[in-house]
Design a binder for this molecule. Structure first.
Ligand SMILES: Cc1cc2nc3c(=O)[nH]c(=O)nc-3n(C[C@H](O)[C@H](O)[C@H](O)COP(=O)(O)OP(=O)(O)OC[C@H]3O[C@@H](n4cnc5c(N)ncnc54)[C@H](O)[C@@H]3O)c2cc1C
Length: 399
């Protein structure tokens, strides 16, 4: 049996950032990863850093997203410096296009909602939108500019963060499936892995993304479920797209401004279990959406297709915080916003574990809330107001 101060389950962005923060405080940290590190949702995502709400259910997440966005520049500078690698952070803002007959009214609703939430989004006259992005369709009926939004090349960030964590002393153990969280007399004592190895630890942090609900030893099991998102990458050489461009149907995220530019296009929201196949209908949907936003993309080369599993929860909010079990902290269920929420999640988990306090109110993310609901308190699960994973109103951002 090996022994650490802290064992993190899952080497995605969330687990790796937590491990880095704890190691920076001098803790001996191991991260257990069932496959290769950083190859699940954190690799598959689009990398938009958008605190704008993506559904009515995600409105309570906005202050958390804003706080995380404001940590991003420092977070990137720090991990880039430690690792000597680049993470592809871009602060070019996002343009949201609206297409319906009622687009002007929808734009007013979107701007009013964003401003009420402290997000300084602005209406963008269409001629200005075309000046900023000449390749945009002329079929949009209204546009908004979200100048404060940023993006990151999440695959590059993943490698940068893993390198920074290793350089800070974190042990990242690939091909090590955590099977069971070990709990004795109300205290977490470590993790049992498939090969029979036991990793003893004072602190165990569950950051296993969409797979968190499969872990044994936590009762009741964590309420995570996978929501598939299909993606494609295009190589585009007819004038670079500078901003993230979005509509209700999907998004285009520029990765660079090279003569032949890399664009990431997404995505579907599908309840397909752990099936990560890319389907003809999924691809058709995202490719026709992209051509609707920027018609010249019809000539772009498809360079890659893939899909990933977003870690969703019954109320679509993260499961975050200490539990009733001493030494067990949960950091999962970040659904469509985990790349954005990485810096704030790692900051909070460090505070809980090292400072025994937290600098933000986190009760809405309490990982015990579904267990509490089952025992008779008000339940956020399956209520009629609790929308499915879709995106019914244009006041909400597609992610
Ligand atoms: C198509 C798509 C687009 C997205 N776009 C965006 C976006 O633009 N902006 C944004 O902010 N978010 C986006 N997201 C969401 C974001 O990617 C996720 O919320 C985030 O990556 C979750 O990070 P994580 O570290 O919790 O999970 P993951 O990256 O899935 O990492 C969890 C890790 O745990 C490992 N693991 C699981 N179980 C075990 C076990 N038992 N033992 C050991 N290891 C285990 C897994 O192998 C995995 O490596 C998108 C997601 C998808 C799929």
């Amino acid at each position: 049996m090996s022994s650490h101060d802290a064992v993190v389950i899952g080497a995605g962005l969330i687990g790796s950032a937590i491990a880095l923060r704890l190691a920076q405080d001098g803790l001996r940290v191991a991260v257990l990863e069932k496959n290769a590190p950083g190859r699940e949702a954190s690799w598959a995502g689009a990398g938009m850093l958008s605190p704008a709400p993506d559904s009515a259910a995600s409105i309570p997440l906005v202050p958390f997203g804003q706080a995380s966005l404001s940590l991003y520049p420092q977070f990137i500078a720090e991990v880039e410096e430690i690792s000597g690698r680049r993470a592809g952070y871009r602060k070019d803002g996002a343009i949201e296009l609206l297409f319906s007959a009622d687009a002007e009214r929808e734009l007013s609703t979107l701007i009013a909602l964003h401003r009420a939430l402290g997000l300084p989004s602005e209406p963008l006259p269409l001629d200005e939108a075309y000046k900023a992005e000449p390749g945009l369709t002329r079929r949009a009926r209204a546009a908004a500019y979200l100048a404060y939004e940023a993006s990151v090349d999440n695959r590059a960030l993943m490698e940068t963060l893993l390198a920074a964590a290793r350089a800070t002393g974190v042990e990242i153990l690939a091909d090590t499936l955590a099977r069971e969280v070990m709990i004795e007399a109300g205290r977490c004592t470590g993790v049992r892995a498939t090969n029979g190895n036991v990793f003893g630890a004072r602190e165990v942090i569950v950051a296993a993304g969409a797979f968190s609900g499969l872990l044994e030893g936590i009762v009741p099991k964590l309420a995570t479920r996978p929501i598939r998102g299909q993606m494609t990458a295009l190589k585009f050489s007819e004038g670079p797209i500078r901003h993230v461009v979005r509509s209700q149907q999907g998004y285009i995220v520029p990765r660079d401004s090279a003569a032949t530019q890399a664009l990431v296009i997404g995505s579907t929201l599908e309840d397909a279990g752990f099936d990560k196949r890319v389907t003809a209908s999924g691809l058709e949907k995202i490719l026709s959406m992209a051509q609707e936003l920027a018609p010249k993309l019809a000539q772009a080369e498809v360079s890659e297709t893939w899909s990933g599993l977003r870690p969703d929860t019954p109320d679509h909010l993260p499961l975050l915080g200490p539990t009733g079990v001493e030494g067990l902290t949960i950091a999962t269920g970040h659904f469509r916003n985990g790349i954005l929420l990485t810096p704030i999640t790692a900051k909070l988990v460090r505070e809980w574990i090292v400072d025994k306090t937290a600098s933000m109110d986190w009760d809405i993310f309490n990982p015990l809330r579904f267990a509490r609901a089952k025992s008779g308190e008000a339940s956020p699960i399956d209520s009629p107001e609790n929308p499915p994973a879709g995106n019914p109103s244009s006041a909400f951002a597609r992610k």
